[in-house]
Design a protein around this ligand. Structure first.
Ligand code: NAP
Length: 290
């Protein structure tokens, strides 16, 4: 990569940001397409968020990703918010357009693309058990409801948070039936019997952590499981699904697809199909073996 006076800057803001895989896949895509861009990580504390965004604005940065914990907090500092980001209540991609900072959310489209490509899952008319009620759950719910699911049960450890998420979507999607569950195994297993998709949006599964004793055997024939966690590549939930033949996928496809969408917003170009995913898998493989 040759940095010159014309090089356009892209980046990511978060805290922590050191672990982010985005610089690897974006810089590799920039090199693959021979573009004059560079993508850099910026560690930004919560109290510095406004100053940081205004600094990026003043420096003429072309675009940046936003990760934990700034996805919602960044919104007031932007000039325009896209409809899907507004619905999600979160921005993960900012693009400088005609000197205005525009916020997008590519997590939702990334999830839908990965569900389609990795599990051949079509959300239209489907019934979903959504585990979690944090930022990732909100983005997923916005994308799934927009894509026409018919029913969503939200299961969250803190039930009030699950209920709040449900209530914030109920008025917006009259055709979707909503319900609430605890994460107690017996109640979850009862809910699982009637869904087409079990979607884990919680951080459970990272570093091998697991939900207590959920038996997946009662899921319908044809139902699938998606875990947004991608490290380790096979979480205990995915291992349990695979052991009884339930089609399942981790969140690597979503991570790659949200990156492809952001790259395309900034550059107008797309990385070669599968390129970002391959970069991520190589990087994760390297981390696991080091
Ligand atoms: P968040 O806003 O902090 O929400 C965390 C969620 O996990 C909450 O619902 C929380 O429940 C639940 N949770 C945490 N620890 C738990 C435990 N021990 N038992 C049961 N539930 C627990 O985080 P987020 O932004 O939504 O991210 C969640 C996960 O999604 C992370 O692992 C993140 O890496 C992943 N993610 C992946 C992608 C991708 O591209 N693949 C994109 C976005 C996020 P409470 O409400 O009870 O605290």
């Amino acid at each position: 990569m040759k940095i010159s006076g014309k090089t356009k800057v892209l980046g990511i803001i978060g805290r922590p940001v050191e672990h982010s895989l985005s610089p690897v896949m974006h810089n590799a895509s920039i090199a693959e397409l021979g573009l004059d861009y560079a993508y850099v990580p910026f560690h930004v504390e919560a109290e510095d968020l406004g100053t940081a965004v205004n600094g990026l604005r003043a420096l003429g940065v072309k675009g940046f990703n936003v990760t934990i914990p700034h996805k919602t907090a960044v919104m007031p500092f932007l000039d325009k918010i896209s409809p899907e980001a507004e619905l999600s209540g979160a921005v993960n991609t900012v693009s400088r357009e005609n000197n205005r900072l525009v916020g997008y959310n590519t997590d939702g489209t990334g999830l839908l693309k990965s569900l389609r490509e990795d599990l051949n899952f079509n959300p239209a008319g489907a019934s979903v058990l959504l585990m979690g009620a944090g930022g990732a759950a909100r983005g997923a719910l916005a994308a799934l409801c927009t894509a026409g699911v018919s029913r969503v049960i939200i299961a969250n450890r803190t039930e009030t948070r699950g209920r709040e998420l449900m209530e914030s979507f109920m008025g917006k999607f009259n055709t979707v039936k909503f319900g609430i569950s605890s994460i107690e195994p017996a109640e979850l297993e009862a809910g699982l019997k009637s869904v087409d998709l079990l979607l884990n949006t919680t951080s459970v599964g990272m570093n091998g952590s697991a939900f207590a004793g959920i038996n997946l055997a009662g899921m319908c024939h044809g139902a699938v499981i998606y875990d947004m966690v991608y490290s380790p590549p096979e979480t205990p939930l995915l291992a349990a699904a695979a052991s009884i033949g339930i089609p399942c996928a981790n969140g690597i496809g979503m991570l790659a697809a949200q990156g492809e969408a952001a790259f395309s917003i900034w550059t107008g170009l797309e990385p070669p199909p599968g390129f970002m995913r391959k970069c991520l898998m190589n990087e994760l493989q390297g981390q696991l073996s080091s």
